[in-house]
Design a protein around this ligand. Structure first.
Ligand SMILES: [Zn+2]
Length: 565
């Protein structure tokens, strides 16, 4: 069915809540494992209707935020969300109370019971008021950041609009663009500091009420991390410091040779090539045709997938007035279809939509059609694992990138490998910073900034800020939305990158074999943990000493051998 033909009807909230309650009772009392599994399937199918409606409303709303009908529907879902989440939590509690709960693990793999347990542990009526306050703080940050206007050359620009100037080939312009941004953040310094301070204290209070020492502990439950904890994540960060950082320094020395910038300052870090970054070549129709050709040649599964997506209007990627910024991929469970939303702007990011977002979408498409008949809640794994599908697809589609980048293809491949590599220490730094913030909640704003600058030296020793305002005083972390809005989410990208880079190296040796391993991992959908998924494809989870040694050397060697003049 085409997207435009999908019917929307606002769900009956009382009915949904009553059904949840009824299922909770039945599941608590189920007399056998078989009965419990059957009830779980039915409850998932019932909730899939609600999720489909919610997703349709949100897609239509983001397609035109000025539309009164859809913004009303979106508000309705925002307002009813907490009641529905609470009902889902009660269903989880009922399942776990049943002595036959183990049957779910036999039917649906190792992730389901720990996920239900985390759902129960992460929420509670006692923290609802604090969560409302937390949401208000998030909105205050979004308003303060989203409303930011910077003055550059007599023009008033938004922060996203500054990006173009930050990438200017004129070094003086780059520095001016960073300064313009810094002026805004410095002018609102007290507000940013106050919002973050309140967030840290609010989240720590939620953690305390739920029985944890601080929010850094609770975050492992809330992020539904299964099979690893703070010790493993700390070991991973250390591995990045010891193995990846020295290799990046080598790669950056080569980059400096290429760009001719001998002593790069922080505001020069946006420059990767003397003559500018690679961009896609071709119209919308040409890029879409390229995607169809690429996925047709990659495998029978991806051929069927791309035809379905393109023939049913499941891409909305062109910018237009009223459309919300950013991009996402979402599943419409009743229709077993993913939907991809983006705002193309002529940069390499446009192609990422056709590789990265399509990687997420392929997983959802296959899971919804799996012969294992997987219930909706376990069609997708944890976020650190879901990003493996997307980030690995970026590398596995390399043999077809020439369809988009033409003569810029070699530049794109080099930049992509470098950027994935450079992201690892940055993401780890954001993660360690947050652990420290919640473990030492009474730090002053200046002390918080001092921690950030210390971490810069550890994770990104190549950054030189000079006398650049805002960044120079260690406040650059306040630009990172996730630190405020989705605490502790950032490490998920790093954990996924560690696996995606292994797919990259594997594909260089034997592309067909790498693709088959990718499909094996993808076909497990949400039924396995991060480590199990990695191992299913013959990849290594990066939690032990030495786990990144070979990989970082291989990536650094590839970068050295693929310099583009
Ligand atoms: Zn993603």
């Amino acid at each position: 069915m085409k997207f435009s033909e999908m019917k929307y009807e606002r769900p009956d909230l009382d009915k949904v809540l009553a059904q949840c309650e009824e299922y909770a009772k039945k599941m608590a009392a189920a007399q056998s494992g078989e009965e419990l599994v059957q009830l779980y399937r039915e409850e998932n199918a019932m909730m899939a209707h609600y999720h489909t409606a919610s997703c349709l409303a949100s897609i239509h709303y983001t397609q035109d935020t000025r539309d009164e009908y859809w913004s009303g529907e979106q508000e309705w879902f925002d307002a009813t969300g907490p009641a529905v989440s609470n009902a889902a939590r009660n269903v989880a509690e009922a399942i776990l109370s049943n002595p036959h709960a183990k049957a779910l693990e036999e039917a649906f793999g190792t992730r389901i019971l720990p996920s239900l347990r985390n759902l129960v542990l992460s929420m509670d009526d006692r923290v609802i008021e604090l969560q409302k306050e937390e949401n208000a703080l998030t909105s205050a940050y979004q308003k303060l950041y989203g409303g930011a206007m910077a003055e550059l050359d007599g023009k008033q620009l938004t922060i996203p609009q500054l990006t173009l100037y930050k990438q200017s080939t004129d070094p003086a312009m780059r520095r001016k663009a960073y300064e313009a941004e810094a002026v805004y953040f410095d002018a609102h310094r007290a507000e940013f500091d106050e919002i973050y301070d309140k967030m840290v204290k609010n989240r720590n209070e939620q953690a305390r009420i739920l029985g944890y020492n601080d929010y850094s502990e609770l975050s492992y439950i809330r992020m539904n991390r299964i099979g690893y904890g703070p010790a493993e994540v700390a070991a991973f960060r250390q591995e990045v410091v010891e193995q990846v950082v020295p290799m990046i320094q080598k790669a950056l020395a080569l980059r400096n040779k290429r760009t001719g910038i001998e002593n790069p300052m922080f505001w020069d870090s946006t420059i990767s090539f003397a003559d500018g970054n690679p961009v896609p070549h071709g119209s919308y129709d040409e890029l879409m045709a390229g995607a169809r050709k690429m996925y047709h040649e990659l495998s029978p599964e991806t051929a069927e997938f791309i035809d379905f997506m393109q023939d049913n209007e499941m891409f909305d990627v062109l910018s237009r007035p009223g459309k919300m910024s950013g991009g996402y991929e979402e599943m419409l469970p009743d229709y077993k279809t993913p939907f991809i939303f983006a705002n193309w702007n002529g940069t390499a990011g446009d192609v990422d939509v056709l590789t990265h977002e399509a990687g997420h979408a392929l997983e959802g498409y296959l899971a919804a059609r799996s012969p294992k008949n997987i219930p909706e809640d376990i069609q997708c794994p944890g976020m650190e694992s879901a990003e493996i599908h997307s980030m690995s697809m970026e590398f596995l589609t390399a043999p077809w990138h020439h369809l988009f980048f033409k003569e810029d293809t070699d530049k794109y491949e080099l930049l992509h490998a470098e950027d994935s590599f450079i992201f690892l220490p940055y993401g780890c730094m954001v993660d360690e910073f947050q652990h420290i913030m919640y473990q030492q909640p009474d730090l002053t704003p200046d002390e918080r900034n001092a921690v950030w600058l210390e971490l810069e030296k550890k994770y990104r020793p190549w950054n030189k800020f000079g006398d650049l305002p805002f960044y120079g005083r260690g406040a650059g972390w306040q630009r990172q939305l996730h630190i405020f809005e989705c605490p502790f989410y950032y490490i998920d990208y790093c954990l996924a990158t560690a696996i995606a880079l292994q797919f990259f190296v594997a594909s260089l040796k034997d592309h067909k074999d790498a693709w088959q391993r990718y499909m094996k991992l993808t076909n497990l959908a949400g039924m396995a943990t991060y480590t199990e998924l990695a191992e299913s494809a013959g990849m290594k989870a990066p939690f032990t000493k030495g786990s990144l040694t070979e990989l970082s050397r291989a990536v650094a060697d590839w970068i050295e051998q693929h310099q583009v003049s």
